[in-house]
Design a protein around this ligand. Structure first.
Ligand SMILES: O=C(O)[C@H](O)[C@@H](O)[C@H](O)[C@H](O)COP(=O)(O)O
Length: 230
């Protein structure tokens, strides 16, 4: 059962979530000499990452990577790598080690083996996985109706290439098992529409219908949900 944190606005939720992430990263560095953070793309993470950049951390001991990536050039406006580089990896936080998900391979399927090898070399479990959720209940790039969804939900691999049914780009995504091979999962939900999808997911049902259930209907990893009313 997730732990819910309710806020009136996305800005308040983002500031509070950034502080919680910073605290966990700092504790991880103190305990193990390294901290690992995997973040999603989209709109929600932006204010969290901008706030996190301001925090005084031993950034040289922090590894930052992605929950998923669109198979686009890293300088594309749709690139999650670009999002992280622009919002988080600036100033002192630029000392963090960034592990990308995009390679020069022609497509996500050709690129996946090299990314899988790079991710296998990360220190698992990850300390933090930051998830978002689409209106269709997708999380990471595990989309309802995607041909690779069943594999993404069941594979013991850490990454998978996905062609979303309705999104423009091929994706590279963490699998469900990789998302849950972590010490803490955070989920950001904003607005009444997504809250309704979240509540429906929480009520139970097939993971394939609402893939966010992979994180909500499990007790392997603590999941905290930051819910903003607007
Ligand atoms: O690359 C992506 O698009 C994200 O990883 C995706 O899974 C995102 O988390 C949801 O679509 C929610 O997006 P918002 O944060 O914009 O609501």
């Amino acid at each position: 059962m997730p732990t819910e944190h309710l806020f009136a606005t996305g800005a308040e939720a983002a500031a509070d979530l950034a502080a919680r992430i910073a605290s966990i990263l700092s504790q991880a560095v103190a305990a193990r000499g390294i901290a690992t953070l995997a973040v999603s793309g989209g709109r929600s993470p932006r204010p969290v990452l901008e706030a996190l950049r301001q925090v005084d951390l031993d950034w040289g001991k922090v590894v930052v990577t992605l929950v998923d990536e669109r198979w686009v050039a890293p300088d594309s406006a749709d690139s999650n790598e670009r999002l992280v580089r622009e919002t988080l990896l600036q100033g002192a936080a630029a000392q963090a080690r960034f592990v990308p998900m995009k390679t020069d391979a022609a497509d996500a399927y050709a690129g996946q083996p090299a990314v899988e090898a790079a991710f296998a070399a990360l220190p698992w479990p990850l300390d933090i996985v930051l998830l978002g959720m689409g209106d269709d209940g997708h999380t990471a790039s595990l989309f309802p109706g995607a041909a690779e969804l069943a594999e993404g939900l069941s594979s013991s691999a850490r990454t998978i290439a996905v062609t979303p049914p309705a999104a423009p780009h091929q994706r590279l995504s963490l699998t469900a098992s990789a998302i849950l091979d972590s010490r803490q999962v955070f989920l950001q939900i904003g607005g009444a529409g997504k809250k309704a999808v979240y509540d429906r997911a929480l009520a139970g049902g097939p993971v394939e219908e609402l893939p966010i259930r992979l994180a909500l209907l499990q007790d392997q990893v603590p999941v905290d949900v930051w819910i903003a009313q607007s």
